[in-house]
Design a protein around this ligand. Structure first.
Ligand SMILES: Nc1ncnc2c1ncn2[C@@H]1O[C@H](COP(=O)(O)OP(=O)(O)OP(=O)(O)O)[C@@H](O)[C@H]1O
Ligand SMILES: [Mg+2]
Length: 371
C-alpha cells in the first residue's frame, strides 16, 4: 500500500468488494495513512459508514461535502484528511440542478417518482457514488481521492448499476409504455404496440390516472437531461480507466467473497481498468507458525493423559483450531491468487474488536503496508 500511496501519479483509489468485507474500513484506513505518512491532501468518500466510525471521522450527520478530520497525526508530513458521507438524494438533486433550469428542477423534485427513485431505486447509490467521484475529481483540489463503494451484494454492481440506471433514465422503454399511440397511426400498428397499449391501459386501471400522469411528467422532465446523465457516467467511466486510478479489491477469506473478487478482477481486466491489488481482510493467523494443528492437538492429548496442566492443554487446543482456520483460509484465498498470480495481495488480520476509531484505522493501515 505504501508503494501505491507514494506514487503521486495515483490520484484515485477505489475500494470494491462484496457486502460486509471491510470496504469502508479499508478506504478510511488508506486515506488516513495517505495523509499521515505520505503528506497527501486526501479526501475519503464513505458510503454508509458504521455510526461509530463516522463519529471518529467527525462525521455526525449526512453531509454531502468533505469535512476536515481533526486530531490526526499529519503535522510532520503536511498531509490533510477530509471525509464525507455520500448523501444519495442530495447528489441526485445536484445533478438535476446542474442539468436543467430551476423551474424544471422544482417540477422534478416535486414528482413522486423522482422522490422514490432518488432515495430508494436500486442502483441509485452506485450511480451517485460515481457522480460524486466525478465531482470531486473535477474540482481538482485533491491530491488523492479514496472511494468506498456501496454495500451491494455484488462488487460488480458498482460498475453495472450506473449503466443500468442511465438506460432506465434514457426512458425509451418507459416512453414506449406510456405513449404507444404516439408510435403512429394504423400503419404502424403492430402486435408490440397493441400489447403495450393494453399494458398501459391495465397500468392506468391499477395505478390510477394521476400516477400515470406523474410518471409521464417525470419521464418528460428527465427527457431534457438524458444526454447529461449519460455523458457524465461515461466521463467517470473513463476516469476509472485512467492510469491515475487504482482499484483495490477487498475480500474476506470466505469462498463467496473470494469468488466474487475473482469475477471482479476478470471484469476489470475486460474493462481495461487498473487493478492494483487484493486486500484479504480479517484473516486469522497463529503467532506460533511452526506448530501445526495436528502437533498441537497431539500435545494436548498427551498432556491430558499425563495429568498435566489443564490450561496449557486448552491453549494448545485453541491454537489448533486457529491453525486449522488459517490453513482453510489460505486454501480459500488460493482460488484468487492462483487465478491472478500477478495481482499483489496483502493480508489484514482480524482485529479483536470492530475498527471504529483512528487508532484502529492506523493498525489496519500498518497491516496494509507490511512488506
Ligand atoms: N480487520 C478487521 N478486524 C475486525 N473487524 C473488522 C475488520 N475490518 C472490518 N471490520 C469490522 O467489520 C464490519 C464491517 O466492515 P465495513 O463496514 O468496513 O465493511 P463494508 O465492506 O464497508 O460493509 P458494507 O458492504 O456493508 O458497506 C465493521 O464493523 C468493521 O469495524
Ligand atoms: Mg461499507
Amino acid at each position: 500500500m505504501d508503494r501505491i500511496l507514494a506514487d503521486r501519479g495515483v490520484r484515485i483509489i477505489v475500494c470494491c468488494g462484496s457486502g460486509g468485507v471491510g470496504k469502508t474500513t479499508t478506504a478510511a484506513a488508506i486515506a488516513l495513512r495517505a495523509a499521515e505518512r505520505h503528506g497527501r491532501r486526501t479526501v475519503v468518500l464513505t458510503i454508509d459508514p458504521a455510526r461509530r466510525l463516522a463519529q471518529s471521522l467527525g462525521l455526525t450527520e449526512l453531509d454531502n461535502t468533505p469535512r476536515q478530520v481533526k486530531g490526526i497525526d499529519a503535522e510532520e508530513s503536511g498531509g490533510e484528511l477530509h471525509a464525507m458521507m455520500l448523501d444519495m438524494k442530495r447528489t441526485f438533486d445536484e445533478v438535476v440542478l446542474a442539468h436543467t433550469d430551476p423551474a424544471r428542477a422544482t417540477e422534478i423534485f416535486a414528482n413522486p417518482f423522482y422522490q422514490a427513485m432518488s432515495s430508494t431505486f436500486s442502483g441509485t447509490q452506485e450511480y451517485m457514488a460515481m457522480e460524486k467521484l466525478g465531482q470531486l475529481h473535477a474540482r481538482g483540489e485533491w491530491d488523492l481521492i479514496v472511494v468506498d463503494t456501496p454495500p451491494s451484494r455484488s462488487a460488480l454492481d458498482f460498475l453495472d448499476a450506473p449503466a443500468r440506471l442511465s438506460r432506465f433514465l434514457d426512458g425509451r422503454m418507459l416512453r414506449l409504455l406510456l405513449a404507444p399511440a404516439r408510435a403512429g397511426g394504423r400503419s404502424m400498428f403492430s402486435l408490440v404496440t397493441a400489447s403495450l397499449g393494453m399494458f398501459s391501459r391495465v397500468v392506468q386501471k391499477v395505478l390510477g390516472a394521476q400516477l400515470l400522469t406523474d410518471l409521464g411528467g417525470f419521464v418528460a422532465a428527465l427527457d431534457s437531461m438524458f444526454g447529461g446523465f449519460r455523458q457524465r457516467a461515461e466521463q467517470t467511466y473513463r476516469i476509472l480507466q485512467a492510469r491515475e486510478t487504482a482499484f483495490l479489491l477487498v475480500a474476506a477469506p470466505e469462498p463467496d467473497a473470494v469468488r466474487e473478487a475473482a469475477y471482479f478482477a476478470k471484469r476489470l481486466g475486460e474493462e481495461r481498468m487498473p487493478l492494483a491489488g487484493l486486500v484479504l481482510n480479517r484473516v486469522h493467523r497463529t503467532t506460533v507458525e511452526g506448530l501445526s494443528a495436528e502437533q498441537s492437538l497431539a500435545a494436548a492429548d498427551e498432556l491430558d493423559r499425563a495429568g498435566g496442566n489443564e490450561a496449557t492443554a486448552d491453549a494448545l487446543r485453541i491454537h489448533a483450531a486457529l491453525a486449522e482456520q488459517a490453513v482453510r483460509e489460505q486454501r480459500v484465498a488460493a482460488v484468487f491468487t492462483d487465478a491472478h498470480p500477478s495481482v499483489p495481495t496483502v493480508e489484514v488480520a482480524a482485529q479483536p474488536a470492530d475498527v471504529h476509531d483512528v487508532d484502529g484505522l492506523r493498525t489496519v493501515g500498518d497491516a496494509l503496508s507490511r512488506p
